[in-house]
Design a protein around this ligand. Structure first.
Ligand code: BV8
Length: 229
């Protein structure tokens, strides 16, 4: 049947694990303006505000209350059972896919569990919240770590690998994403252009839902286990 699958996930797949999405009711951006917390200019202007924004998400993720849900587990099972090529691309910066068992994956918008040296760009596992004492060990003088996160205007991670996978896939599935942020929002067009079947899984139609051939409406944690059976 299918030989090469690309899966794109967004904040909606982690919603049922208790992590807020960006644009749904009481979403993350409602408390903040995007320009203030997810741009290099915002970080330059008010690094403490941006650190507070990411520290609160980091603390929630490491509170012990957040677990992978059946949607994450279904994708990990699919990776284990599928004998073709599979790449999971997530826009999410949480680690729920890894904790569910996914391995053939990449975080195109970075990872909440890592900090980055602003000078060398070396990444470090975050063992404590961002702050003046949390510095790199690769420079003298040590540099204050910034979130290892792709902000607006910054280049997403892994784009060559993603485009190569999209160019050769015969199935593209977008799960729990509003399709409002580029370049991820354009992946469906690339998949369509290369003749792949395109599927969206969402509780409501995405902004670009007309670009998908198949629409599976419902919660990811209900739809995905059935879809991969
Ligand atoms: C770049 C930081 C170039 C991490 C984020 C072309 C046209 C127009 C604009 C642009 C363009 N190209 C570039 C741009 C500018 C910009 C952009 O796209 N702007 C938008 C606002 C128009 N893009 C960029 O700047 C990107 N960079 O292009 O660089 C470049 C080239 C060379 C050199 C240098 C640079 C960078 C984009 C990354 C921005 N960073 N976040 C963080 O804090 O998390 S974006 C942020 O939004 C998150 O990463 C998130 O993943 C992403 C998308 O949101 P979603 O995941 O979709 O979440 P959302 O809340 O929106 O939707 C949730 C969905 O789930 C909903 O549909 C809901 O119905 C559904 N749902 C809810 N519950 C469930 C569910 N579905 C199923 N089951 C459920 N239970």
């Amino acid at each position: 049947m299918y030989r090469q699958i690309v899966i794109l996930t967004g904040a909606g797949i982690s919603a049922e694990s208790g992590l807020r999405t960006f644009r749904d009711q009481d979403g993350l951006w409602e408390q903040h303006h995007i320009e203030d917390v997810a741009t290099p200019e915002g970080y330059e202007r008010d690094p403490l505000l941006v650190e507070r924004f990411y520290n609160s998400r980091w603390q929630q993720l490491h509170s012990g209350d957040i677990e992978p849900n059946p949607a994450h587990l279904a994708l990990a099972r699919l990776e284990q059972e599928f004998d073709g090529e599979l790449l999971l691309v997530t826009q999410n910066i949480d680690d729920l896919h890894e904790r569910a068992g996914s391995r053939r994956m990449l975080h195109m918008h970075g990872e909440l569990s890592k900090g980055r040296c602003p000078r060398s760009r070396q990444t470090f596992v975050l063992r404590e919240p961002f702050g003046e004492d949390n510095c790199c060990t690769c420079c003298i003088p040590a540099q204050r770590l910034r979130p290892h996160v792709v902000w607006f205007g910054e280049m997403p991670i892994g784009m060559d690998r993603i485009h190569d996978a999209l160019d050769h896939c015969d199935l593209f599935i977008a799960i729990g994403t509003s399709g409002t942020v580029y370049p991820a929002a354009g992946f469906v067009d690339s998949a369509n252009h290369h003749g792949a079947q395109t599927v969206e899984v969402n509780i409501m139609p995405m902004e670009r839902n007309s670009h998908f051939q198949i629409h599976l409406q419902g919660k990811a944690s209900s739809v995905l286990p059935r879809l991969i059976e």
